[in-house]
Design a protein around this ligand. Sequence first.
Ligand SMILES: [Mn+2]
Length: 327
Amino acid sequence: MFTYPDVSPKIIDEIRSCSVAVVVGHVGPDGDCIHSQIAMQKLLQRLGVEVHLANAGPFSRKEIKKYEPLFAPHVDKQLYDRNPLVVMVDCSTLDRIGYLGDEIKGLTLLTIDHHASGSKFGDLTYIVPKSFSTSLCVMQLYKALDVEMTYEIADHIFFGLATDTGFLKFIGPYRGETFQLMGELVELGVSPNDIYSRMEGGNTFASQRFLGRLLQRAEPLLEGRIMCVIEEPSDLEEFSSKDRPSDTLYAHLLSVDDVEAVLYFKISGEDLWEIGFRASHASSLDVGAISASLGGGGHRKAAGATVKGTLAELKSKLIEILRSLLD
Ligand SMILES: [Mn+2]
């Protein structure tokens, strides 16, 4: 069975000797990022540290919106001058935290992450690529520092795990350790049932109508191996971009037989498109690489890029790239 690596004594000493800290996370934060930041804040507070939370946002995901008031958009000079320990969670490179990267330059940095892509950057790192969430890495810090977890903390940790695993859908075999950790959290009072409702609920009616519109417009390409969905200007007149039902749209279209990838063209400006990519679990397509070739970023299965050009140009370019990859 997989076991988490030990947290280094250097990290433990750094945390134990710290008096003021700022916990930062990546731009466009998701549930794992926000709940890991909060769980990390609570851990440090229990050790008597004065803790600040900072994130450059935007807090556009519905499941994290309510936490926005807890986060400062900047690390101001006053705080910087007190030489806080910077704890960066759910990312391993400074460019992922946006302009905050410039605001923390020169401070001691502790990185806690589960992404394989980032370099082992920074003075102190606890990076576990096999971990299904950063929040489970934070849980290891509670254990290493011998700080008792309350229900509230357990709930943050479970929520981070739930959002990063599509509520456990992405967990494969031989990962019993994750279920053992979940067992500990549930025994602290966490209700998976309640977490699921909070994670999947909270949709606006408009987002569900928008979903219906986009599903009707989905176009199968390359013998149905690709699904392409394109927004029209009238969509954004009728619906807000905040109501984009992206995750559900991808899930619905990837569930169609033979579909390997979904392309979602979102209007971002005049001849400016944000293209979302998702690949199916079974496909060998690496949409992260496709997105990177367009100047974007992401992972093998999920990626995005913002690209200038006309729709016709971009669409035919992508069809050519996909055709060559699928052959
Ligand atoms: Mn994560």
